[in-house]
Design a protein around this ligand. Structure first.
Ligand SMILES: Nc1ncnc2c1ncn2[C@@H]1O[C@H](COP(=O)(O)OP(=O)(O)OP(=O)(O)O)[C@@H](O)[C@H]1O
Length: 762
């Protein structure tokens, strides 16, 4: 009984539902307005007194420079010819309704002749990401051509690359556009549309439009500095200003201003797109003489469907409570279909909200639709992320997607009519003096708020509930600080150096990071052996830049293939587990659950810490022949992460074979599990020090850990196998500041190993 009071498990009767105060977890919420059983629960709601409507449908009209025309003129003149015969007819109708549709001739004209750069600023949902590549693929300049480059005959062009800040956007857009164009992905080996994201590529034969993450295009740029396979590169969502997109802009500028000899004289067309771009900055950047007229600008107004934006009238003190109220208010009053997309700050907040929503929705009356909660954050595996994009399998169900800002730009979550924006996001900030990242929730920018709003109104009229006042919105800064000014620039400096640019300061960047961060990156790269004493890139550095993992992990892979360490397969297993997405171990909420699972997990834990624990888990998992899912369930190991880890393992093994770091293909699974000896474990940890020697801490007399570099006090994160244990010295793979300065993925090492590696004797 006592348990029932706090944690309602059974479905309540209608009479019980009459209560206006409910307890969800430790929250007490009044739902009096909508908890009464309703005769027609899904009728239109009464006007909500707490919110004010500030925006309705923006009309569809064009503002282009030059020259400006009236909407009707433009529509008539630009009305496209029926040239897409192969596209899916059922989707053609909705494509034609997009505001960008009537501008396709104008977009094409902007890139003909000597015009190579076009900037498109169009509202969210106007059709930029899905339509622009389709408009351009039939252009004469987009054909593949055979040309002479020095004494060789090479192919140049034929494809369009379109970059996305996040893999979820790249994969979902590729899937959508492939259906629109009539060659759906996954149905044939041939097709016009493909995608490439880290550790996952789907490029059918004949691909002409390739969606790819910014990181993937950078990798391609290192292999082919002239981007010969492309006729055009479309840089989408430039306003996000990730480090990678800033680098891409720099490389594209070099190609545009170069002599094109590497492309046999054929120009590369560049299209920059966003709903909220800093137009002057981009025009100024791509135009060396600051003659802004040479970068064509096209503004597209209007989105397909209207979105009502509603702010709270008073500041909200408890975001979680306000979020739950809003979700259940929508659920009880708004008709189906109409899914909800809520933006929260991070994984923890999403998991907490999911628990509360599921707990409470289980108590709803049977005539109220079911609620299906789908989390969506970066650490989830690709497969788990895709679930949020699938319609609910059962009927009479409303989907609630709880997302971080990974769903903020470019994506369309089918079915969503309502967006709830908490107004905050966790922002990564690198403190170069401390060599540490912080991840704290901060107020978003206006640009982010506009993007979040844009996720509604994509398939029908929508509503966006902002859990903050309009005054708060007015006080938000216009855009976020570019990532290059607040993040670790190690990868960026390595990429620039690997591209053969020795003087990093001469590389064209829209914003230049502070010199201290660059210096720190140079020192770190020197420690990794990526830079010689004179600062030039080494062979090791070139290899590190091409690995699909960060430079320290790449360095560990290279070291592991040296005879001195000889542990490459083990290192691949560990890196695969770490980069697969979510933590392989589920965090257990109750003491009871912990006790039950610890019994099974005992065989996985190693006293040396997390690295060896990852290895044991991967090896035991791969050795399991009968029922891997059941094996994971018992140990509360995340099956999806393990599956993804196996996929990454396969790819890393392939790369190492290609690079001749592995002499022969490893034996197939399942192999019998053989625990690593303590001597083998010591060698493995010393190998990791080659990448992470600068991330170590010593046990101080007062039992705290103090970092070797910088002398900062750090605590071992509760998720680590070494939490609460004392070791002489530790190596950590991550250092984050959340509530306090935490180190994660921790292993016990010996102090003299650290000295060895720092002195270059390791
Ligand atoms: N995966 C999808 N499923 C269903 N509809 C989609 C999908 N992707 C796009 N659409 C439809 O195409 C429209 C245009 O989307 P598109 O991504 O091209 O717009 P956009 O201008 O690039 O928007 P944003 O700036 O928000 O990325 C959407 O509003 C939606 O109606």
């Amino acid at each position: 009984m006592a348990q029932d009071e706090h944690r309602p498990k059974r479905r309540k009767t209608k009479a019980e539902n009459d209560t206006s105060i409910v307890k969800i977890g430790n929250k007490t919420i009044s739902l009096s307005a909508y908890l009464q059983p309703q005769k027609k629960p899904l009728e239109q709601p009464p006007a909500d007194q707490q919110y004010t409507t500030v925006e309705t449908q923006p009309e569809s009209k064009i503002e282009s420079e030059p020259p400006k025309k009236s909407e009707s003129d433009t529509r008539k003149k630009n009305a496209p010819k029926q040239h897409i015969s192969s596209g899916d007819p059922s989707l053609l109708k909705s494509r034609k309704a997009l505001p960008i549709w009537t501008h396709q001739n104008e977009i094409k004209a902007s890139l003909r002749d000597d015009n190579d750069v076009l900037l498109i600023v169009g509202e969210t949902g106007s059709g930029k990401s899905t339509q622009v590549p389709q408009f351009l693929i039939d252009e004469p300049w987009c054909r593949k051509k055979k040309v002479r480059v020095q004494s060789d005959t090479v192919n140049v062009g034929g494809m369009i690359a379109i970059t996305q800040p996040r893999r979820v956007a790249a994969t979902t857009l590729a899937s959508r556009v492939s259906r629109e164009i009539g060659t759906p992905l996954g149905t044939s080996r041939e097709g016009l549309v493909g995608y490439s994201v880290r550790f996952e590529h789907n490029i059918p034969k004949g691909t002409k439009i390739k969606f790819l993450t910014e990181g993937m295009l950078l990798q391609e740029l290192l292999r082919d500095p002239n981007l010969r396979q492309y006729s055009a590169v479309i840089v989408d969502e430039i306003h996000e200003r990730s480090v990678d997109v800033d680098l891409i802009a720099g490389f594209l500028k070099q190609i545009l201003l170069g002599d094109k000899a590497g492309r046999g004289g054929i120009p590369l067309k560049v299209v920059i797109m966003s709903a909220t771009a800093d137009v002057e900055k981009i025009q100024g950047f791509f135009n060396p003489e600051n003659l802004t007229s040479s970068v064509q600008l096209l503004r597209i107004k209007g989105r397909q469907y209207p979105v009502d934006i509603k702010h709270t009238t008073k500041p909200v003190s408890d975001i979680q409570e306000a979020l739950l109220k809003r979700i259940f208010d929508i659920h009880m009053h708004e008709p189906l279909p109409g899914d909800i997309l809520a933006f929260l700050t991070g994984q923890e907040e999403i998991e907490a909200a999911q628990r509360l929503i599921e707990e409470y929705s289980a108590t709803l009356a049977s005539d109220v639709p079911k609620l299906l909660v789908c989390p969506l954050y970066g650490q989830l595996s690709i497969q788990a992320q895709q679930d949020a994009f699938q319609p609910a399998k059962k009927g009479f169900t409303r989907k609630v997607v709880l997302a971080t800002n990974i769903a903020e730009t470019s994506v369309t979550v089918p079915g969503v009519r309502y967006v709830i924006d908490c107004g905050k996001a966790k922002v990564k900030q690198f403190r170069s003096q401390l060599g540490m990242e912080s991840l704290l929730a901060k107020a978003i920018s206006k640009s982010s708020a506009i993007q979040r709003t844009g996720r509604a109104g994509r398939e029908g009229p929508g509503k966006c509930y902002r859990l903050y006042t309009s005054e708060t919105y007015d006080s938000l800064r216009d855009a976020d600080l570019p990532e290059i000014l607040r993040n670790d620039v190690l990868g960026a400096v390595l990429t620039i150096k690997a591209r053969g640019i020795n003087n990093v300061l001469s590389f064209p960047l829209m914003d230049f990071p502070d010199l201290e961060s660059v210096e720190k990156a140079l020192i770190q790269l020197h420690f990794l052996g990526a830079l010689a004493d004179d600062g030039s890139i080494t062979e090791t550095g070139k290899k590190l830049a091409l690995f699909p993992v960060s430079a320290p992990y790449g360095r560990v892979l290279l070291a592991a293939s040296e005879p001195q360490y000889d542990c490459l397969l083990e290192v691949i297993d560990i890196i695969a587990c770490i980069t697969a997405g979510e933590n392989i171990f589920y965090q257990l909420q109750s003491e009871e659950a912990r006790e039950e699972v610890e019994e099974y997990r005992k065989e996985l834990y190693r006293r040396e810490g997390d690295i060896l624990t990852y290895l044991t888990t991967m090896q035991r998992y791969a050795a399991e022949n009968a029922d891997r899912t059941g094996w994971c369930r018992k140990r509360k190991v995340n099956t999806r992460t393990m599956k993804q880890a196996l996929n990454i393992r396969k790819q890393l093994r392939g790369i190492c074979l290609k690079e001749k770091m592995l002499a022969e293909p490893p034996p197939p699974d399942p192999q019998p599990f053989v625990p690593m000896s303590p001597e083998g474990a010591a060698q493995l940890l010393r190998c990791f020090l080659r990448g992470f020697g600068t991330r170590c801490a010593l046990l101080a007399p007062d039992s705290s850990y103090v970092t070797v570099q910088g002398k900062h006090v750090v605590a071992v994160h509760p998720s680590s196998a070494l939490h609460g244990r004392k070791r002489e010295s530790i190596m950590f793979l991550e250092h984050v500041f959340t509530q306090r300065s935490y180190v994660k993925k921790v292993s016990a090492v010996q102090a003299d190993w650290i000295v060895e590696v720092m002195e270059g004797r390791g």
